[in-house]
Design a protein around this ligand. Structure first.
Ligand code: NAP
Length: 254
């Protein structure tokens, strides 16, 4: 049964969740709205799905806005932050969730496969963090959570580009955390393991069983598992926690 953290409130706060048209980002956005945050939903291509996420939030009495934009594009990242401030007057939480993968073994991986994955997963987080930070520093409060992965800690065959990007996010998290700690801004990363999204659903039954044998909890994670951890890291109560990487993997790499 899914466990939630009913006590955590984000009432009066504004959160930007990149890549929240579907997958884990959509679940984070809905959970944040449920906790009382006003949510800015960023997406790149999936306008219909993003609109459905926004409608589900507003139908439930929440407040949300949609922002189309490629996080790896500097102007687009700047415009995204500007749009949040224009609409909600402030921003308190940035979840750098947008991500892609282009999996291939190294010998077959093209420079374009490598660059594209680094651009979205790493440069995208850099740009959004860079352009939100002046607001966080000025208000002496902010939360940044970067979406890494266990493969950024362990590596994984066929994912040299993705693992490099996710490992890069960990160094980025730790460096920026040190830069802004004195301004009451925290910067942390989460490293999910196997989360039951489209990626896991595409595996064969044999592959799924092999993976499940390696997970001490004996189940795949859910997007809700990830959202609950991120909700905690985004809360005021996590104010003395910075520069950390929390693995959300059922004990996989414990
Ligand atoms: P997903 O279902 O593929 O969703 C990816 C999201 O990122 C979509 O909303 C997509 O929006 C958005 N996106 C892609 N490129 C973008 C860009 N250039 N600018 C803005 N948004 C962009 O992925 P997921 O499985 O939910 O994963 C979410 C995050 O968790 C990723 O960073 C992923 O690496 C990480 N993660 C996932 C797992 C897992 O098991 N699923 C495990 C560890 C880490 P559009 O559709 O509109 O393009």
């Amino acid at each position: 049964m899914q466990q939630t953290s009913p006590g955590i409130s984000l009432e009066g706060q504004v959160a930007l969740v990149t890549g929240s048209s579907r997958g884990i980002g959509a679940v984070i956005a809905r959970r944040f709205a449920e906790a009382g945050a006003k949510v800015a939903l960023n997406y790149n291509a999936s306008v219909t799905a993003a609109t459905e996420v926004m409608d589900s939030i507003t139908t439930g009495g929440g407040d949300a806005m949609l922002i189309a934009g490629d996080v790896s594009d500097e102007v687009s990242a700047q415009e995204t932050i500007k749009a949040v401030i224009e609409r909600f007057g402030r921003v308190d939480i940035l979840i750098n969730n947008a991500g892609i993968h282009r999996d291939r073994l190294l010998l077959r991986m093209t420079p374009a496969d490598f660059d594209e994955v680094l651009q979205v997963n790493l440069r995208g987080a850099f740009l959004c963090t860079k352009y939100v930070m002046p607001h966080f520093v000025r208000q002496h409060y902010g939360r940044v959570i970067n979406m890494s992965s266990v493969v950024g800690l362990t590596g994984n065959p066929g994912q040299a580009n993705y693992a490099a990007a996710k490992a890069g996010l960990i160094g980025f998290t730790k460096a920026v955390a040190r830069e802004v700690a004195s301004r009451n801004v925290t910067v942390n990363a989460v490293a999910p393991g196997y989360i039951a999204t489209g990626m896991v659903e595409d595996l064969t039954e044999e592959q799924r069983n092999q993976i499940l044998e390696r997970i001490p909890m004996g189940r795949f994670g859910t997007s809700e598992d990830v959202a609950e951890t991120i909700l905690f890291l985004s809360s005021k109560g996590a104010g003395y926690l910075t520069g950390q990487v929390l693995t959300i993997d059922g004990g996989l790499i414990a």
